[in-house]
Design a protein around this ligand. Structure first.
Ligand SMILES: Cc1ncc(COP(=O)(O)O)c(C=O)c1O
Length: 582
């Protein structure tokens, strides 16, 4: 067949198709024919969103969310749910509201002068007794007015006026940051050959900021390395909420993956979520809820094999695990000696025993950190800010000590020197002036100090764990690796036990999945381990003999929140609570 005959046959077929299609469509109204493609487009869009939702939230959660939204459309149901929600919020806030009477909302016309100190003392006296009673919270041991506390207070007052924006003036601060970062990095494998010898980092205002920076750096690094523009990260459900914030701030899709039966990151499940947009996976050493270390080596292998970043959250473990390992505890590898670890967050203000507001973010090499610099021009110069807050040359400058309810910011220079204190001085030397010889010598003292602390805290933790295991109504969640013990019960409402512990002055952390509470053991607890166990036994016995919520307790709220099938409702509840608070 030649070219012209095949063309005419094609034209014949087309014409007969057109004729039969037109005759078929002639039975429909032209307007309908016009609207049909539009409706198809909308339907396709809805289907796509629906499948995306199922992909993101899972079938069960999506159906539940849909069901809840539909139920709320029934007249009266929404207002009923809102009323019930308000009751819960009021209950959560009842205590706080009455305490707020008389709070200032405007600047006074006449200042109090130095009398303000009396006023502050008066308010401070109303704080509850926290000494030895709080899970985590205060990591430094002893009394507020002596020992390491008073050393820190003296150092704070020496540097309260410094402004690290002016490095030329406050050169001391520059040196302190560099030394603190280097010493911390050395603790976490920077001097091991396998680290690559290029570990670098910065001080930040806390674990959350360190994590935010690590995530942002990973995102930008993967964009420059692989051209990923729709980034995704995968974290175990046990990872800190800082990753949720990072995902929102930096527009990253977040996958939270269930942990395995030992409450560790499930490497296989994480692997299943990796795709061409994955920039980062995460492990904690240990995780906040159960104090269990994720399998960092396996995660490192996974990250290396896919060429993606791995962040290790050592906010809690950074100043404990190296020493626990030295003491002979079975600690699996967790730092830059593990291939594939690209960044680490480590809090100096937790077991590093620095004042609140100090943490470090470390990167395996300068390439990863490079992308997190915000170089810019001052009026007549060049500056650089590799951290979140108002910083320059890597120094944390401000932290908020008073922002609610009047959103008043009191800027307190938070010199990095303060973070250096426990490392430089802890626990033996009340000396604040450094020289290189001095540093070299102090460092060995400090290692000894941290080692002794770790020994004490680990032993206190093991005693607490054993004591809990001896209470037949309780069980310990997983196998705690460090200084956090989470425990639940198969026969009692653990949140009722928590309420009774609260009534005895303890401040523990309530957890879900499974319902449990935990204690993060610090130096503050060492002298009160037996008191804790006695109170716990008593509380368990009381709940056993007399189950049911106590007046003013939060057990029903925690219990209900744990059972709420629609997580959106829990979120709504928390938003309402916050709106009524500040
Ligand atoms: C494991 C872990 N990571 C990160 C953080 C966040 O630290 P920060 O409270 O200093 O922001 C915490 C806080 O408890 C934590 O336990």
């Amino acid at each position: 067949m030649d070219y012209s005959s095949s063309l005419s046959s094609l034209s014949f077929h087309f014409n007969s198709f057109r004729a039969s299609a037109n005759s078929f469509l002639s039975q429909y109204e032209p307007l309908l024919l016009l609207l049909a493609p539009l409706f198809s487009l909308i339907l396709a869009h809805l289907l796509r969103s629906f499948f995306n939702l199922i992909h993101e939230r899972g079938l069960k959660a999506s159906l539940l969310g849909f069901l809840m939204s539909s139920v709320k459309l029934i007249p009266g149901v929404k207002s009923y749910i809102d009323r019930e929600k308000q009751k819960v919020v009021d209950k959560m806030q009842s205590d706080g509201k009455s305490k707020r009477e008389g709070w200032r909302t405007e600047l006074p016309s006449t200042g109090l002068g130095t009398l303000v100190l009396e006023k502050m003392k008066e308010e401070k006296r109303k704080d509850v007794a926290w000494q030895g009673k709080c899970s985590g919270t205060v990591y430094i041991g002893g009394s507020e007015i002596d020992g390491h506390f008073s050393l820190i207070n003296e150092a704070c007052s020496m540097f309260a006026h410094t402004n690290p924006l002016h490095l030329d003036v406050f050169q001391s601060v520059g040196r302190f940051e560099a030394e603190v970062v280097a010493m911390t990095a050395a603790l976490l494998g920077s001097q091991e050959k396998s680290s690559g010898g290029q570990v670098c980092g910065n001080m930040t205002s806390g674990g959350t900021e360190s994590i935010l920076l690590a995530v942002k750096s990973s995102r930008d690094y993967m964009k420059s390395k692989k051209g990923i523009t729709r980034p995704e990260m995968i974290i175990p459900v046990s990872a800190h909420s800082a990753y949720d914030k990072a995902a929102q701030y930096f527009n990253i899709k977040l996958w939270r993956v269930a942990v395995n039966k030992d409450f560790q990151a499930d490497v296989k499940a994480i692997r299943r979520h990796i795709n061409k947009n994955t920039i980062l996976i995460v492990g904690s050493a240990p995780g906040f809820p159960h104090g269990i270390i994720d399998p960092i080596e396996e995660l490192g292998q996974l990250a290396s094999s896919f060429g993606i970043c791995l962040h290790v959250d050592l906010c809690l473990g950074g100043f404990v695990l190296p020493f626990a390992r030295e003491l002979g505890y079975p600690i699996p590898p967790f730092d830059f000696s593990v291939k594939g670890v690209s960044s680490i967050s480590v809090d100096v203000h937790k077991y590093g025993l620095a004042p609140k507001g100090t943490s470090i973010v470390l990167y395996r090499d300068h390439e990863i950190r490079k992308v997190s610099h915000w170089p810019g021009h001052k009026v007549l110069g060049i500056f650089e800010a590799p951290t979140e807050y108002l910083v320059e040359s890597g120094f944390v400058l401000f932290f908020r000590i008073s922002c609610d309810p009047i959103h008043q910011f009191v800027a307190v220079p938070n010199s990095t020197y303060l973070s250096g204190l426990p490392m430089i001085c802890f626990p033996f030397l009340p000396v604040l002036v450094l020289n290189s010889w001095y540093m070299a010598n102090q460092w060995s003292f400090c290692s000894t100090g941290y080692l002794e602390n770790t020994k004490t805290i680990m032993e206190a933790t093991k005693r607490i764990q054993k004591g809990i295991e001896e209470i037949s109504e309780l069980y310990v969640v997983g196998r705690p690796d460090m200084t956090i013990v989470a425990f639940g019960s198969n026969v009692l409402d653990i949140f009722e036990v928590n309420d009774l512990m609260t009534s005895k002055g303890w401040h523990l952390n309530a957890l879900q999945r499974p319902n449990s509470i935990h204690i993060c053991v610090t130096l503050q607890h060492v002298p009160v381990v037996e008191d804790f166990l006695t109170d716990l036994k008593e509380s368990v016995n009381t709940v056993k003999e007399n189950p049911g919520p106590i007046s003013g307790g939060l057990a029903p709220i925690y219990g209900a929140a744990g059972k709420m099938p629609d997580r959106g409702m829990v979120q709504d509840l928390l938003v309402d609570y916050m709106d009524g608070t500040c």
